[in-house]
Design a protein around this ligand. Sequence first.
Ligand code: UD1
Length: 316
Amino acid sequence: MTRYVVTGGAGFIGSMVVRALLDRGDGKVAVIDNFLTGREENLAEVRDRIEIHRADIRCFDEIAPLVKGADVVFHLAAIPSVPRSISDPVPSHETNIDGTFHVFRACAEGGVRRVFYAASSSAYGDSETLPKVETMPPRPKSPYAVQKLVGEYYASVFTECFHLDTVAVRYFNVYGPRQDPSSPYSGVISLFMKSLIERRAPTIYGDGEQSRDFTYVEDVAALTLKAAFSGVSGKVYNGGNGNRYTLNEVWETLQRIEGVRIPPVYGPPRPGDVRHSQADTTAAVRDLGHQPQFTLEEGLRRTLAWYRNSAGVRHS
Ligand code: UD1
């Protein structure tokens, strides 16, 4: 039987990839997670249909037996966050670079057929041109961006030198249900959701005119599977929607959906922050059949509904 392994499978994006794999119904799904940012409850209703392994990608010996012989490994485990990689760079480095190396090595030595690598739009940094095309030279602005870029290089080098089939997708600011809003390093939309539900002003770093290609998690999971099951090898694709919205626009939209007026508090710009980010999706559409389904407004509505119904966010 086909065996899939998802590193970081208890995380916000990883758990959606697990569900998408279960929906295919053609194989067994195993999750590797150290539960640093991942949570068992993210897998609650699918818990009985998967294997869950508590293991850390920083430890080769822990993960090697778990990936051995898998058909496809989805490598999503990472310590995310640009600011976290600046304030506490060592764990990010060890997980995102050393851990990623261990995953590729374990896959190559363990006879894994194919590896999907979750790369990041942060690789582009502040390159002038918009939208960002995969052929642009990377200009990482933070340790996190460097770390995720090194993973891309390792993916293509493992294809070149060790005959490991790999493909990478640069995720662009993913949001949606199960994104954890409880840390200052959380993704901005999860923090906006919490503020909105609690009727508190969000903090916007800088003037709020920075923009992002916010991408709904279900679209990202769908593209992840398309890339993994495509024939392309050793390549990197953008995983965004092809749009960009400023933080001010996102907060405006959320207030309109909710029918409230809560002016944001503006703070100083964040170190390492990229100004604008937007994916050119041409290659992903052409080679992978990328077809995002969710507009920002639809994605925000669904996400808001989820936060409203989930525990941990106080209802007003
Ligand atoms: C970056 C990457 C993204 C990656 C993510 C991992 C880019 C363009 N994107 O996201 O691909 O997946 O890291 O963590 O590099 N902000 C506020 N108030 C808040 C929190 C954030 O104004 O309370 C602002 C930030 O300053 C930033 C924007 O919101 O301008 C988005 O921040 P965040 O959600 O943390 O993601 P990025 O750092 O853009």
